[in-house]
Design a protein around this ligand. Structure first.
Ligand code: ADE
Length: 540
């Protein structure tokens, strides 16, 4: 149908309608053409808040059937205007599309980017653009606030995300650091304290558990063989007789007794005080049971768990170890030292860090699963914040010359910083790790056991160690053949970082332990991929 035919049909329909129904003409016309306020732009007192009545006295029948009523409120500087008009919503008005024209009320909406404060509304009822409604809060000022808020939203969201991620990261790290809590027995994590039978009385830090218990009864013990001889004491394997509380309550039948002669009281006292801090408890630290003053024999005793495999040095003399053994031993040793040095327990409680100051392979015991536990705390130092520089200085140059860090050899340890003591322990630990590798089958040809700096004789003195370690900057040799094994190469890299001449440049024990975890993980991964490759081969 053509346009001419359509309009003839349309006007015909209107005429017939108006003939049949007298009011039909106006009915049709009103329905077909909107009746709107139409004053173009006029100044107004409407402040763009609440409801405004448009001060326009012209009402127009819109020109086009499609037209709807529109009102626009603008404010530029102090000039506030209202514009009223008819407009076809299919067409853009000031570049805008009318969306709300089907409603009966003219609801003002703010539009940004119009070079002035700009509100617009449209509607389809008769003169509906006379009363305009500004949605509450959407005054121009509020509008500005809203625009600012909307533009700041991405920043706010980013900030919230960053804070949330940081929080999650902290929780994750804390969880990692304390993952041992899951494994802790109530004894490990509670405030349970070891019972130390001490009839001497309390004279040290209140954190020391033994001062809580003054049980005078000595344990019924039957000494067995001598298993170790140290600078200050001898160690015996021993049996706890039936009926003893430690045997019945803690399940210990065989124990180790470290016996100090009475003139080594200071050494016994130091070790007892270190052990009596329940926060020292760790799977890689020798398990302490109790301490006793044996007055009749004029001896001082320390009673601990007994480990039949003996110390690491003895074990390395008698055994070549596999790469797997090396990982177990090296990892557990570094976790043990990390625990001593840490200022919190595996459960996250604050703890006094401890420097061992005599780390060497003969002060490390092997458990049945080949994990290490650190023993001999005769020279250990509680790194209390309360320690004065004088107290630290008086603690002097201690340890075993062969394992002494360069700064300890020349008595130039930085007493102002407790980290220095940990750094010296890390140096000694590096020498023990070197001993482990020297006896590992993965390096190729394995020589007889030799201690680090084995060329220095059986008991090198401080002066000759100074010549080697300080003057010549000597370190145990890492032959190139050792590093053909990737895992060993990685451990050697850590060792070299741990025995750096500069104490500050050394790794922390915790870092070494984490590196062992990484190596173990990669090792398991490569084991898995090896098996995957092998399966089809076996199936052939
Ligand atoms: N040598 C020193 N202490 C020991 C212990 N607790 N168990 C076995 N041998 C040791």
């Amino acid at each position: 149908m053509g346009t001419l035919q359509l309009s003839v049909f349309w006007w015909g329909a209107v005429l017939v309608g108006s003939f049949l129904l007298p009011e039909a003409e106006s009915y049709f016309l009103i329905k077909l053409r909107a009746l709107c306020k139409f004053c173009d732009v006029e100044a107004t007192s409407c402040m763009g808040e609440g409801m405004c009545k448009v001060e326009c006295n012209k009402t127009a029948i819109c020109e086009h059937e499609e037209d709807v009523c529109v009102t626009i409120w603008r404010k530029k500087d102090d000039n506030v205007t209202l514009e009223t008009l008819c407009h076809d919503p299919a067409k853009k008005l000031y570049g805008l599309t009318l969306h709300d024209y089907k409603g009966k009320r003219c609801e003002m909406k703010a539009v940004s980017g119009m070079n002035s404060d700009f509100f617009i509304c449209s509607c389809s009822e008769e003169e509906c653009n006379m009363d305009v409604f500004f949605t509450t809060n959407f005054s121009p000022d509020h509008h500005v606030v809203a625009v600012v808020l909307v533009s700041l939203m991405p920043l706010l969201v980013m900030a919230v995300l960053v804070v949330a991620s940081f929080y999650c990261y902290r929780v994750f790290r804390k969880h990692q650091a304390h993952h041992g809590c899951k494994k802790c027995s109530p004894l490990d994590c509670s405030d349970a304290r070891p019972i130390v039978l001490d009839n001497e009385g309390s004279d040290s830090s209140s954190t020391l558990a033994n001062n809580l218990n003054h049980n005078m009864e000595l344990l019924p013990i039957e000494l067995d063989v001598l298993v170790g001889k140290g600078r200050f004491a001898e160690v015996y394997k021993a049996k706890l007789k039936q009926g003893s509380s430690v045997r019945e309550e803690q399940g210990f039948e065989t124990v180790a007794i470290k016996i100090f002669p009475c003139d080594e009281y200071a050494s016994w006292k130091n070790e007892k005080d270190i052990f009596s801090d329940a926060d020292l408890r760790h799977e890689n630290v020798l398990h302490f049971l109790t301490a006793e003053e044996r007055k009749v024999q004029r001896q001082y005793w320390l009673i601990t768990a007994y480990h039949p495999l003996g110390n690491l040095q003895e074990y390395l003399v008698r055994h070549v170890i596999s790469w797997h053994d090396l990982l177990i031993m090296g990892s557990s040793l570094s976790w043990g030292v990390a625990h001593l040095h840490s200022d919190q327990t595996t459960c996250g409680r604050p703890k006094v860090p401890i420097a061992h100051r005599d780390i060497k392979s003969s002060n490390i015991l092997l458990k049945k699963d080949l994990t290490c536990c650190i023993c001999d705390f005769g020279l250990a130092l509680r790194l209390d914040n309360s320690l004065s520089v004088d107290e630290l200085a008086n603690s002097g140059q201690v340890g075993t010359a062969r394992y002494m860090a360069p700064e300890v050899l020349e008595s130039r340890i930085n007493l102002e910083n407790i980290e220095s003591f940990k750094q010296a322990d890390v140096y000694s630990m590096a020498l023990v790790l070197w001993e482990l590798i020297s006896r590992c089958s993965s390096i190729g040809e394995v020589k007889e056991y030799e201690p680090p700096f084995g060329n220095m004789g059986e008991h090198p003195c401080v002066e000759s160690m100074k010549d080697s370690v300080l003057r010549d900057k000597g370190r145990p040799e890492i032959p190139s053949s050792w590093t053909s094994h990737t895992g060993i190469q990685t451990v050697c890299a850590s060792i070299e970082e741990c025995w750096d001449h500069d104490p500050e440049a050394r790794l922390t024990a915790h870092c070494v332990a984490e590196r062992f975890n990484d190596i173990e993980y990669l090792d398991k991964l490569s084991e898995c991929s090896d098996t995957e490759v092998k399966i089809p081969e076996d199936e052939k």
